[in-house]
Ligand binder design. Structure first.
Ligand code: MLT
Length: 405
């Protein structure tokens, strides 16, 4: 008789954003006349920019002619895209990354979930608390997290690194040494970030303890301040201990077209085995590549026009972030984030995160994300995203301000 992977049964509830979607759908069903403004999931609202769309159309036409038609993509992704990434995302930042260290994928969510495949089950993971739920849930599916203790909303075999107001929402180096450390900067959900010197401490810690860092840099394009690292490979020694995951979703608006990549430097070696070889083996076996047309569109992000358009797109969302940040401050909320990231993190003032979710949905018809959905230290907090349209963002903040008037 076959058996299921019963680690799935340990997962509490459904995926955070699925739970929210269900709640919002139920509300809409009973309140069809209400105009809901969605500032919950970090999904973009602006169309793909002109030079990206142009390249996408051209690539579609290429698929229509025998001479230019493309079948399966190369295992690691098209070289034209990997070269553009190596040059623009790394060389331009003083980091040396070879094109055979870059693996094109269908997005950062898949990669951050799949990367666990190359690690043994008995590795101990450390995560920020609060944290993007994919890291924890996928490790739970792999049987790496122990059991879920609903009394304290924690997994028994996970090292939690609390990111609290008093430490600027930055994690401290854990006393108990993990094997795999998940870091995300600029951070989802808090919008916080750390300086290059602080990130260097994590790299030094990982090297000293034979740990590996999974560094999620999906929000890199939103960095506006100096001395915030754009890639972990700006830090000395990171090539020996850090895997970096990137996305085209948040900078260029590819949430619906799907494109991302992961960097696995060949210098990361465990017991004589390069992680790069393991990830290449996994990628080649389980993945058949992001579509040619999407990779072609992705390469357009690195042309001078594409770069300018992306800057404008990011600027548009950061204007929303400012509107939310300043509006909520005026309304008397304690808020942070929103300066180097498209997420604003606010205190729920005496309500639990889910109570605040219901309150905002019912009273202002605004959807956000409850902080506790990202981990126990997120309780009492709430996340709003800057990815809405500007008009909706202004209206949402006006509605929230009226609640406090
Ligand atoms: C979020 O809202 O945290 C993100 O949009 C989720 C994701 O990128 O998968």
């Amino acid at each position: 008789m076959y058996k299921i992977n019963d680690n799935y049964l340990k997962l509490p509830g459904s995926y955070l954003f699925s739970t929210i979607a269900k709640k919002v759908n139920a509300f809409t069903a009973t309140n069809p006349d209400k105009k809901i403004i969605r500032l919950g999931i970090g999904d973009v609202t602006q169309p793909l920019s002109p030079s990206i769309i142009k390249r996408l159309h051209e690539a579609v036409d290429e698929m229509a002619a025998r001479e230019t038609f493309k079948g399966y993509a190369p295992d690691l992704g098209y070289e034209f895209l990997r070269s553009a990434i190596a040059k623009n995302d790394y060389e331009a930042r003083g980091a040396k990354i070879g094109i055979d260290e870059i693996f094109i994928s269908d997005g950062a969510k898949s990669d951050s979930g799949n990367i666990g495949d190359i690690f043994a089950k008995d590795n101990k993971i450390a995560v920020c608390d609060p944290v993007y739920p994919v890291y924890v849930d996928t490790n739970a599916m792999a049987g790496r997290t122990g059991d879920y203790d609903s009394a304290n909303s924690r997994w028994t075999n996970v090292i939690y690194m609390p990111c609290l107001e008093e430490n600027g929402f930055a994690p401290q180096l854990p006393e108990q040494v993990p094997d795999i450390i998940y870091l995300c900067f600029p951070n989802n959900p808090t919008g916080a970030t750390i300086t290059k010197d602080e990130l260097q401490k994590w790299v030094d810690y990982a090297l000293a303890n034979n740990a590996v860092i999974i560094y999620d840099a999906a929000y890199e394009a939103y960095i506006s301040e100096e001395n915030v690292p754009h890639t972990i490979y700006e830090c000395d020694g990171a090539r020996k201990c850090a895997i970096e995951i990137r996305s085209f979703s948040k900078n260029a608006g590819f949430t619906g077209t799907r494109l991302g990549f992961t960097v696995v430097p060949k210098d990361i070696v465990c017991d004589g085995v390069m992680l790069n070889s393991l990830w290449a083996r996994r990628h080649g076996t389980k993945f058949n590549g992001a579509p040619y047309i999407i990779q072609a569109a992705g390469a357009a992000c690195y042309t001078p026009e594409g770069k300018q358009e992306i800057r404008e797109l990011v600027g548009y969302y950061m204007q929303n972030a400012k509107t939310i940040l300043e509006g909520l401050k005026e309304a008397g909320f304690t808020v942070s984030g929103g300066v180097n990231a498209p997420y604003i993190w606010l205190k729920t003032d005496g309500m639990t995160s889910w109570e605040f979710f219901d309150y905002l949905l019912n009273e202002a018809n605004v959807v956000g994300t409850p902080g506790s959905g990202f981990g126990p230290a997120g309780e009492g907090y709430f996340r709003l995203t800057a990815f809405g349209t500007h008009e909706n963002t202004v209206e949402a903040i006006d509605r929230i301000k009226k609640l406090r008037a």
